[in-house]
Design a protein around this ligand. Structure first.
Ligand code: NAD
Ligand code: DAU
Length: 329
C-alpha cells in the first residue's frame, strides 16, 4: 500500500515510517519541518519526501497523489508551547487536519487521525477514560487536538470519509525532541543541568513506547472501523518517580532536581481503558521501568550527536522563556 504519513520527520511519525517500510509498504512523508521535524530521523529509510504544510491544499494534493491511506501525525505537540502561543496549534491541529480530511474525501483514501489521551482531560483517581467519554481538554494543545478529532468524526458522518482515530498515552523512546519530560530530563541530567519538576511532581501519566504506539496505529490503519476511536494505553507512573529513575540511570546528582512553578492548567492524571484495541489483538511489548526507559536513556547516551546540536539556538530561546524565571524563583 502507498501511504501518506504526515509529520513523518517527527518523533512518533518517523518510528511509524520505519515500521511501514520494513513491512513492505511504500511511504510518502509530508512534513513542514518545524523545530520538531528532523530529516535525520528518517536517515536510511526509503521514502518520498514532500516539504510542506498540511494546511496547504496544494502541498496536500501533491503528497496524496496515488496514496490509499493517510495517517496524520503532523501537529504542534507541546503543551508548554501551546500555553506560550496557542494560535499555531489551531492552524495545524484543526485547520491542517481538515485540509487532509478534504483530500481523503476527494481521493477516498483511508484516514487515521493520531490523537491523544489529553482530550479527555483530568481524571479522578481510579477512573479510566473510554472512547465514548466526553472531551474535556484543559490546554490550548489538547483543545486543538479535540477540535481535530471532532472534525474527523463530522467528516465520517457527513461525507462518509473512511476515518478512525487513535488516542495515545505519553510516548517515549529514541528520537524525541528534548522538550518533553523524558528526553529533557535525560539530556539535562547528562549535562549536569537542573531537572525542573512542575509542582509536587505527583502528576500521573501513562507511558507508552513509540514502537508499541505505532503498532497500535498500524492495527487501526489495517483493521479499524470508520468513525471508531481506539485508545492506546501505557503504564502509570508519577513524574517524580520517573525523575528519580532517570537520575539513577544517568548517575546524575539528586541535587539537580528542582521543584518549580507548576504548568498553568496542569492535568493531574490521565489513564486510558484500552480494551477495545486489545480486543483487535494489540499488546504492548515494552515495559517502561524494566526495559523501555533504560534503553531510551542508553539511546540518548549513545546519540549525543543527535541532540546536542538541537539544544542551542532557537531551542535555547524557548528554554529560557519557559524555565529561566522558574529556576530563579
Ligand atoms: P513531534 O512534535 O515530534 O513531531 C511533529 C511533526 O509534525 C514534526 O515533524 C513537524 O515538523 C510536523 N509538523 C508540524 N506542523 C506541521 C504542519 N503544519 N504541516 C506539516 N508538518 C507539520 O510530534 P510527536 O510527539 O511525534 O507526535 C505525533 C502525533 O502524535 C501528534 O499528532 C501528537 O498529537 C500525537 N501524540 C503524541 C504523543 C506524545 O507523547 N508525543 C502522545 C499521543 C499522541
Ligand atoms: O498524554 C499524551 C501527550 O503527552 C501528547 O499528546 C503530547 O503531545 C505530549 O507532549 C505529552 O504531553 P505532556 O504534557 O503530558 O508531556 P510532557 O513531557 O510535556 O510532560 C509530562 C509530565 O511531566 C507532565 O505532567 C508535565 C511534567 N513536566 C514536563 C516538563 C517538560 C515537568 O514536571 N517538567 C517539565 O519540564
Amino acid at each position: 500500500m502507498r501511504v501518506l504519513v504526515t509529520g513523518g520527520a517527527g518523533f512518533i511519525g518517523s518510528h511509524f515510517v520505519r515500521r511501514l517500510v520494513a513491512g513492505g509498504d511504500s511511504v510518502v512523508v509530508l512534513d513542514k519541518l518545524t523545530y520538531a521535524g528532523n530529516p535525520a530521523n528518517l536517515e536510511g529509510i526509503e521514502h518520498e519526501f514532500v516539504h510542506g504544510d498540511i494546511a496547504d491544499p496544494v502541498a496536500v494534493a501533491t503528497a496524496t497523489a496515488g496514496c490509499a491511506a493517510i495517517v496524520n501525525f503532523a501537529a504542534e505537540t507541546h503543551v508548554d508551547r501551546s500555553i506560550l502561543g496557542p494560535m499555531e496549534f489551531v492552524h495545524t491541529d484543526v485547520l491542517g487536519t481538515m485540509c487532509l480530511l478534504e483530500a481523503a474525501r476527494e481521493t477516498d483514501a483511508r484516514f487515521v487521525q493520531v490523537s491523544t489521551d489529553e482530550v479527555y482531560g483530568d481524571l479522578e483517581a481510579g477512573g479510566r477514560a473510554q472512547e465514548g467519554d466526553p472531551l474535556r481538554p484543559s490546554s490550548p494543545y489538547s483543545a486543538a487536538k479535540a477540535g481535530g478529532d471532532l472534525q474527523v468524526l463530522a467528516y465520517v458522518r457527513t461525507y462518509g470519509v473512511h476515518a478512525s482515530i487513535t488516542r495515545g498515552a505519553n510516548t517515549y523512546g529514541p528520537n524525541q525532541y528534548p522538550e518533553k519530560l523524558v528526553p529533557l530530563f535525560t539530556t539535562n541530567a547528562m549535562e549536569g543541568e537542573p531537572l525542573p519538576v512542575y509542582g509536587d511532581g505527583k502528576q500521573v501519566r501513562e507511558w507508552l513506547h513509540a514502537e508499541d504506539h505505532c503498532a497500535g496505529i498500524e492495527l487501526v490503519l489495517r483493521e479499524g472501523a470508520p468513525g471508531e476511536v481506539y485508545n492506546v494505553g501505557g503504564e502509570d507512573h508519577e513524574n517524580i518517580e520517573i525523575t528519580h529513575r532517570i537520575l539513577e540511570l544517568t548517575g546524575a546528582d539528586p541535587s539537580l532536581v528542582r521543584h518549580v512553578e507548576d504548568r498553568a492548567g496542569h492535568d493531574r492524571r490521565y489513564a486510558l481503558d484500552d480494551s477495545k484495541l486489545r480486543a483487535l489483538g494489540w499488546q504492548p511489548q515494552h515495559s517502561f521501568g524494566e526495559g523501555g526507559l533504560p534503553a531510551t536513556v542508553d539511546w540518548y547516551r549513545d546519540n549525543r550527536s543527535w541532540w546536542e546540536p538541537i539544544k542551542s539556538g532557537a531551542y535555547r530561546a524557548y528554554y529560557d522563556e519557559q524555565y529561566a524565571n522558574r529556576l530563579k524563583a
